[in-house]
Design a protein around this ligand. Structure first.
Ligand SMILES: C[S@@+](CC[C@H](N)C(=O)[O-])C[C@H]1O[C@@H](n2cnc3c(N)ncnc32)[C@H](O)[C@@H]1O
Length: 271
């Protein structure tokens, strides 16, 4: 479970860009009819989970997330839905590593979440075992661990200036190169679990508006553990230094700031 608070409002600031890979992932999940049970592990603030209710109008959907803030945000999204949708959607606050579905799952999704769960390759076979025959597993993870946004953050937090203030191990998974595996490793793990697999990667070139656009982006996700670990009095100074480095790495152009973002997609089907 992540040990820092998520901010659903900040996370949703780039809702379009964050939603696109979810749609691209699900375009390759093609059950014959509406699945009985769909599970979204690490559902976050819920807008994408809610879209599953329209995609499959006869399905029950369970969203699971370890963050109290994200579950509250998702509850609010659910409260705004028509009854026919809201009653098909259940939410659970739980660590996805411990949570077990109440019955076999027809589509199990985890979008932009497993980068927070070191060692998650070992979970995949267990998830396949939870699928109904013919069930689908769909996972998307960012593959941008070596991008300047992350490399600069790592460099700063391990620097003599900031390391004593950030403290050790605020996000151990993010410091390890292999927090996210390469596409071939997901394919091998799922093929070994008996699935037919469809694995690919894409680099999106997001064009972000506004000043300090990349800093705004990472404030909602990858930089959260570091920012949360810093004493409040030092946060602005850290952000100023990090922001200046980000502006160099991702210069603002007349049409916006380009953030190249590699993502890895994994779709598997149980026989
Ligand atoms: C980047 S957000 C993605 C949210 C949503 N799936 C989306 O695509 O917008 C990652 C989410 O994973 C959740 N998360 C991280 N580790 C988790 C864990 N071990 N168990 C359950 N949820 C987890 C976080 O609370 C957060 O809501």
């Amino acid at each position: 479970m992540t040990a820092f608070a998520w901010d659903p409002v900040q996370y949703n600031r780039f809702g379009d860009e964050r939603g696109r890979p979810f749609d691209d992932l699900l375009a390759r999940v093609t059950p014959a009819g509406d699945p009985h049970l769909v599970v979204d592990l690490g559902c976050g603030p819920g807008q994408l989970t809610a879209s599953l209710l329209s995609r499959w109008p006869a399905s029950s959907v369970i969203g699971v997330d370890s963050s109290a803030e994200m579950i509250v945000a998702a509850e609010q999204v659910r409260a705004g839905l028509p009854d026919a949708h809201a009653r098909r959607w259940h939410l659970a606050q739980a660590d996805l590593r411990d949570w077990a579905p109440p019955r076999p799952v027809d589509v199990l999704i985890s979008n932009a979440t497993l980068q927070w769960v070191p060692g998650h390759l070992d979970l995949l076979a267990g998830w396949v075992a939870c699928l109904a025959p013919g069930g689908w597993l769909a996972v998307q993870v960012p593959g941008n661990h070596e991008a300047p946004s992350h490399a600069i953050l790592r460099e700063l937090r391990h620097s003599s200036r900031w390391a004593p203030l950030v403290g050790p191990d605020v996000a151990p998974g993010l410091d390890r190169r292999m927090a996210v595996a390469e596409p071939a490793a997901y394919l091998a793990a799922l093929a070994a679990a008996g699935c037919t697999t469809d694995v690919w990667e894409t680099t999106y070139l997001h064009v972000l508006p506004g000043e300090d656009a990349v800093l705004e982006w990472v404030r909602g996700t990858g930089a959260r553990p570091t920012l949360a670990a810093l004493p409040e009095a030092s946060r602005a100074e850290f952000e100023a230094e990090y922001g200046a480095r980000l502006r160099e790495a991702y210069p603002r152009r007349e049409f916006g700031t380009v953030l190249p973002f590699r993502r890895i997609f994994v779709v598997a089907r149980r026989p």
